[in-house]
Design a protein around this ligand. Structure first.
Ligand code: C2O
Length: 584
């Protein structure tokens, strides 16, 4: 796939999906210079075997992980999704800004009703002002565990990367494999109120690798040549785990995060949360090293609950020089190097790493950080409890049910889509516009938790006038354990202007904010027992979901939505809904 900057991609991974746009002349030009690209996603069941367990999984076109979407900045995408499985389906294009095209964003019951069995929907959107690696995934229940794939945005035809052109580009998707059906796992957890079962393995491009039972042949093998630079497009598609990643004896240079260029920096190990994407340059050894190198990933975990503490491994294999290639059968005899990953709870590493992320912030790729703020918000994020329903005992803390909340509101999913309710003026009984800007009760958020850990429930939105400049502090709580929460905002990138441990101090902390070159992204980890400050400009009308990208926390209610109203000008208004928008 290294050659996909030319008109057609080469190489196995991308060939199938790119077939259509390669062999048929590109249809008409889109305003802004891009082209229209068509994809067809047939959502079908497929039997897949990992760890010697075979199960039927929901896939796109029978592929696991799913096929990549490849486009250039400025292109329009028309992706027809046909639901041929028993489950309701919706697909989210994670990180795509969806300017005025909120109908194509995808979260079920937020911007659309799900696509029902036998139905289809064409996601129609244009990629504006973004280039890099993003991804797509199902956005209903836990179906994204198997329904996900890369979404790669190449620079415009005459544009180049702000770094040397890599020899090849390779997607590396981290996933999480459950031997059991993930829909059963979450529905059981929500019934009993307890924590869900954890996964059985992590995967790299769908493969668990040699450190698991029965999996040596299911190992991702990255074959490289000496003396070249490879661009690895890393995507964390795991359901519930942030991951450390490293390649033995090799240094990685981070150049992009969430489809925004970074000031390049080198690291041996990186951290990537579910929802996040990172492009890294891998420089191979100048000479054939006569060795094989493992690349491994395992969790960074801060909560009190159990988690899958296993390690996924793939291999980095050098092509032997021609005169030695007769020995290539002897790869098994080569020495094998293994990277050392940080301890599973290494918050010091996490802090040090995230502090190194800076926007490129040059004249060509400026960091447009809002310098003034129109509205300030302070959200607590964390776990909590709900009383057990009926008079049975639940399996959550002290016989209660686990829940999670933002400002003590655990979000209740509506049964119709919020965006439709707003657009048609029928929001009564669907949502309330009164999401609290500040927590109702102030306590020592990161100190000893209050005795009463029960939360409220509701479907509440923050309503913002068009072009409001927003500052949001997200504060972790220690209720049922301080924990890192990767918060994801739909429809926007935000700037991470500050972070710290303990309780946010509105008098002292803002003075330390970085308003010059903060990292710009769509998913940020709220530090365990700490806070993060973000800023964004609400210049995209629509209803935009915000939630923890640890799927279990989303299921428990750690989610809310922003309603951004139309502006006055015609090009500041949400487009009308497409005719095939699914009905509830
Ligand atoms: Cu990647 Cu709302 O999700």
């Amino acid at each position: 796939m290294g050659a996909f900057l030319q008109s057609c991609p080469l190489g196995g991974f991308f060939l199938v999906a790119f077939f259509a746009s390669c062999f048929f002349p590109e249809p008409g030009l889109v305003a802004g210079g891009g082209v229209t690209r068509h994809y067809k996603f047939n959502v079908v069941l497929q039997n897949v075997t990992r760890l010697c367990h075979t199960k039927s999984i929901v896939t796109v076109n029978g592929k696991f992980p799913g096929p990549p979407i490849i486009a250039r900045e400025g292109d329009q995408l028309l992706i027809e999704v046909v639901n041929r499985v028993p489950n309701n389906i919706s697909i989210h294009w994670h990180g795509v800004r969806q300017l005025r095209s909120g109908w194509a964003d995808g979260p079920a019951y937020v911007t659309q009703c799900p696509i029902q069995t036998g139905q289809s929907y064409v996601y129609n959107y244009t990629i504006v002002g973004q280039r890099g690696t993003l991804w797509w995934h199902a956005h209903i229940s836990w179906l994204r565990s198997t329904l996900h794939g890369p979404l790669i945005i190449l620079p415009k035809h005459n544009a180049s990367y702000p770094f040397a052109k890599p020899h090849k580009e390779i997607p590396i998707i981290f996933g999480e494999w459950f031997n059991s059906d993930t829909e059963a796992v979450i529905s059981q957890a929500l019934q009993t109120g307890g924590g869900p079962n954890v996964s059985d393995a992590y995967t790299i491009n769908g493969l668990p690798g040699p450190l698991y039972n029965c999996s040596a042949k299911d190992t991702y093998r990255l074959k490289v040549k000496p003396g070249k630079t490879y661009l690895l497009r890393l995507i964390n598609a795991a359901l519930n785990d942030e991951l450390f990643f490293s390649i033995a004896n090799h240094t990685l240079t981070l150049v992009e995060a969430d489809a925004v260029y970074l000031k390049p920096f080198e690291t041996e190990t990186l951290l990537i949360a579910p929802g996040q994407t990172t492009n890294v340059l891998l420089k191979t050894k100048p000479q054939y090293p006569k060795a094989t190198f493992l690349m491994t990933a395992r969790p960074y975990a801060t909560g009190l609950g159990t988690f899958d503490n296993t390690t996924v491994a793939g291999t980095l294999e050098y092509e032997p020089p021609l005169n030695e290639s007769h020995q290539s059968s002897s790869i098994k005899q080569l020495p094998l190097f293994k990277p050392t990953l940080p301890p599973l709870n290494d918050t010091a590493f996490a802090t040090n790493f995230t502090n190194k992320l800076r926007s490129l912030a040059n004249p060509q790729f400026p960091a447009n950080v809002p310098q003034k703020v129109d509205q300030r918000f302070f959200f607590t994020v964390g776990l909590g409890t709900n009383p057990c329903r009926g008079n049975q005992t639940c399996q959550g803390p002290n016989g209660t049910m686990f829940t999670a909340a933002v400002n003590n509101v655990s979000f209740t999913m509506p049964t119709t889509a919020l965006l439709q309710a707003h657009y048609t003026g029928q929001s009564n009984g669907v949502y309330s516009p009164e999401f609290p800007s500040y927590p109702k009760s102030i306590f020592n958020f990161t100190g000893t938790p209050p005795n009463n850990t029960n939360v409220g429930n509701g479907t509440k939105l923050v309503v913002l006038p068009f072009n409001t400049s927003v500052e949001l502090i997200m504060q972790d709580t220690s209720i049922l354990g301080a924990e890192s929460h990767p918060l994801h905002l739909h429809g926007f990138n935000f700037f991470v202007v500050g972070q710290g441990f303990g309780n946010f101090d509105p008098n002292k902390d803002p003075a330390k904010f970085n308003l010059v070159d903060p990292v710009e992204r769509n998913t940020v980890g709220v530090p365990a027992g700490g806070w993060v400050a973000i800023r964004f400009l609400a210049d995209n009308p629509g209803v935009w979901f915000m939630h923890c990208h640890l799927e279990v926390h989303t299921s428990w209610g750690l989610k809310m939505a922003w309603l951004v109203l139309d502006g006055k000008l015609p090009n500041q208004k949400l487009l009308p809904p497409p005719a095939d928008l699914p009905k509830c």
